[in-house]
Ligand binder design. Sequence first.
Ligand code: 5BU
Length: 481
Amino acid sequence: MAVNEEKIDALILRLHEIEAVKFGEFKLKSGIMSPIYIDLRVIVSYPDVLASVAGCMWDVLKANGAEFDNMCGVPYTALPIATCMSLNNDCPMLMRRKEVKDYGTKKAIEGAFTAGQTCLVVEDLVTSGASVMETVEPLNQVGLKVKDVVVLIDREQGGEARLASNDLRLHAVLPLSRVLKTLEKEGKMSADLVQSVKAFIAANQTGPNASGNEMGAAETPKRLAYAARAELTANQCAKDLWNLMETKKTNLCVAADVDTAAELIELADKLGPEICILKTHCDLYPDFDDTFGSKLLELAAKHKFMIFEDRKFADIGNTVVGQYGSGVHKIADWSHITNAHIVPGSGIIDGLKSVGLAKGRGLLLLAEMSSKGTMANGAYTEAAVKMAAEHPDFVMGFISTRPSAWKAEWSKGLVQMTPGVQLGGGGDAMGQQYNTPERVIGECGSDVIIVGRGIYRAADPAAAAAEYRKAGWDAYTAALA
Ligand code: 5BU
């Protein structure tokens, strides 16, 4: 069945009439002026348009031979469209809960389905493809396969390529160039205006790592190089790390969760040339003693890496002062970086800062975690970001898993570090969830990959570290392109 061109032209004219597609001078959130603005939320108020949209989207799928068992709309604008397609064609629908990011404790996908079925994703507007991926992932997590994505308007800003790189076929009823063609032919746009929209689209292509925005183009600034990020932080430790990564050409942090301090020291010497950070859990080592810090610092200077004690402080400010500065481990004396949960409130940052700032240390806040069922998401993640902004001198960044889904202005000079990394993906028996270095740096927008068992359990840890280093660095350089 071919797509009916007249029907498509009529739909374009109606979309223009109801101002779902507007031309003029629009200031986007980023401050950039755009000659085009697309807002498809309005179509629910025009039943004829909604019906036509759903009909054309079905037609294009059938014309392209797409096959699927059920369908799921990307919340929210595409939900009524998916509902109409479902009703008209007797195709079961599923719903993704947008507010449930914690797939472990609540159902992220509602509806009846069986693992192994193929689900169609329905979206109203594609810019970079990032919002589509946010729906594809939870569908994949519950065992559904996604091969096809249908969209009403493709802004032609890089979304199709990004989806293709995830083995997804994009079926667009209206590539933006088609909208322009019809509106120009029908006298709704001048040739000059068409040219200026085309120029704007060409100048605002999204890379594979920019997060998409349903509301407008070019909301996400291009990914900055590590050296440029160094200029954007007020924390000395972050500045040092950015510059170290840039010059040493590595974004690999190894999580050295070995059994003894002696093994750790040996591993640090062996892997030192490959890494930017050595991450420790000093309470894992029964032979920890007062020489631990100085030995590690010596290796850090020799191989040029930083030390990150993954202590995950979680107490009130007054208590963490002692835990960080003195006690058995005297962490602040030898660890450049440490981290903290934000559950006690910002007093924990005040406490740690009172010890670490004068020593030039940096703090990471746990904004997200890699483990299944983590409670660190949504409003919690936002609270971490807010707290970081209140302490730019001491908070150097976050432990995060998907910073690309955060608002762009949240990152800048702050470092994003992501644990749960293995070349093969997968997970362990106790809730750890792995992503590949490509995905963590490229798609999820992180800056540093944290790899533990993937390296220290490998037959040849140094060779494995070299392999992870290459994968992480290649993903970073690809993201800059
Ligand atoms: P793995 O062997 O690559 O799974 O080790 C991951 C390391 O990162 C390990 O030291 C954890 O304690 C640490 N980690 C994590 O896995 N997930 C998190 O959210 C945080 C730390 Br925070």
